[in-house]
Design a binder for this molecule. Structure first.
Ligand code: SF4
Length: 241
């Protein structure tokens, strides 16, 4: 039977809760003051086990994974274990030095994006978040590491999906993933999510289907399905709503 993530089994790794931002919707309550990390030895062993168990993708996020010193070593080890690697980042720290360490190690960089600059900055609780991320995209393109965007849909940015899709295309993204809001962590506390919320998961899905499917033929894809197989095609299996 195919796995929920398509052909590939994906190991999700959150090596640290340290982050340069403190976003309102952060499900892991990450932030600049957090110091909690998983030891690299534990993660190296987990990658070895996952590779032997047939996992095809190692996906790193956080916290901000670029703040985890041993990230390049983990990425290379994942390759040695036969796995494809992805790194999800807010993009602000992707300077030339970081990109050099990721070349040949990260197969995909996924940058989180929450809408137009104003919406992005509000959700990221930083006036510099959008400009800081945008400033890194030229270097990222020059590095030739494939990249895309992950858009977390909330009640505050649901009208900005068209803009986000256009922005992603203009920037040369190879992926735009629409991610549902995880109703835990800071999202629950800051975005006032309740079971009685008027923006439930079902309502979000109905909204997307009604607003976008007829014109654009948008189809839902598995949220973690970046890769179809080691032949490096994407996205993975698709389903109609
Ligand atoms: S959502 Fe991502 S960028 Fe924002 S605080 Fe959490 S880990 Fe950091």
């Amino acid at each position: 039977m195919p796995s929920p993530t398509g052909c590939s089994r994906i190991l999700q790794i959150h090596p640290t809760r340290r982050c340069n931002l403190k976003c309102l919707h952060c499900y892991s309550l990450s932030g600049p003051r957090e110091r909690e990390e998983v030891a690299a030895s534990v993660l190296l062993a987990a990658l070895t086990d996952a590779g032997q168990a047939g996992y095809g993708v190692a996906s790193f996020s956080g916290g901000e994974p670029l703040l985890y010193k041993q990230l390049p070593a983990l990425l290379h080890h994942a390759h040695d274990c036969g796995m494809i690697t992805t790194v999800t980042t807010n993009g602000m720290l992707l300077d030339e030095r970081k990109l050099e360490t990721l070349q040949g190690a990260a197969d995909l960089i996924a940058i989180s994006l929450d809408g137009k600059p104003k919406s992005h900055n509000i959700m990221r609780a930083s006036k510099q978040a959008f400009a800081g991320m945008l400033a890194r995209l030229e270097g990222l393109r020059a590095s030739e590491i494939p990249f895309g965007f992950i858009f977390t849909l909330t009640q505050y940015n649901l009208d900005e999906l068209d803009w986000v899709a256009s922005f992603a295309l203009e920037q040369g993204a190879r992926l735009l993933q629409i991610h549902p809001l995880e109703e835990v962590g800071r999202a629950r506390a800051k975005l006032l999510f309740r079971k009685s919320s008027d923006f439930s998961t079902r309502r979000r899905e109905r909204f997307l289907k009604e607003k976008y499917s007829p014109q654009r033929g948008i189809r839902s894809t598995c949220s973690r399905g970046f890769w179809k197989s080691k032949s490096r095609c994407w996205p993975t299996e698709t389903k109609r709503w």
